[in-house]
Design a binder for this molecule. Sequence first.
Ligand SMILES: Nc1ncnc2c1ncn2[C@@H]1O[C@H](COP(=O)(O)OP(=O)(O)OP(=O)(O)O)[C@@H](O)[C@H]1O
Ligand SMILES: [Mg+2]
Length: 208
Amino acid sequence: MAVVITVAQRKGGTGKTTLAANLAAALAATKKVALLDTDPQGSLTRWHELRLKHPNAAPISFANPAGWRLSLELDRLKRDHDVIVIDSPPQIDTDARLAVRGATLVLIPVQPSPPDVWAAEGTLKLASDERRKAAIVLNRVPSASRQKDTVIAGLTERNLPLLQATIGNRTAFVDAFAAGLGVTESAPRSSAAQEVRALMREIMESLK
Ligand SMILES: Nc1ncnc2c1ncn2[C@@H]1O[C@H](COP(=O)(O)OP(=O)(O)OP(=O)(O)O)[C@@H](O)[C@H]1O
Ligand SMILES: [Mg+2]
């Protein structure tokens, strides 16, 4: 059965598109992966266009369906893919709701700051309304950050589903994105790549 990972968070700029691209690229090393861009901003579509210039990069099926076409596309792709990663727009509109509805797991990137955590609550509620499993991942975590510990303590205290894997604030993510690659491809030995692989393993383990 194909698993569907929808990256969602109604706050803008928290790392949805970056994580969707990096997870898809890391997973594509060993699995048949499809990537769906449901955000009209189209950043992931641009990333995938750049990726086509790397003939040796692991293939990733790609589509950017809007509205009701998403569920048709999902049904089609589920037949011959192991994992489908969906990037969603930064607001809870119909498209984001449909992307959450189609998910096996809703992955919510949160930067370690209160407004991100507050916005995550709305996304968690959406996942819960749609009866979908959700997980929060801390993104852009600075190397020395008291705010990170405070945020982790707050999330844990409230029993919110926080993943152990965290993603640092690293230029490798910006460089890889600009090249149409994931950090596991452009800088496989980097800390960024290790973090993405750890995140991928934790997610796939949680879906077994
Ligand atoms: N871990 C990271 N380290 C460094 N830069 C990052 C990281 N994650 C994201 N960024 C940068 O932060 C910016 C926003 O990231 P991204 O576009 O992935 O967020 P988003 O949630 O998809 O935004 P939107 O809500 O507009 O769709 C980008 O410039 C991206 O390169
Ligand atoms: Mg985005």
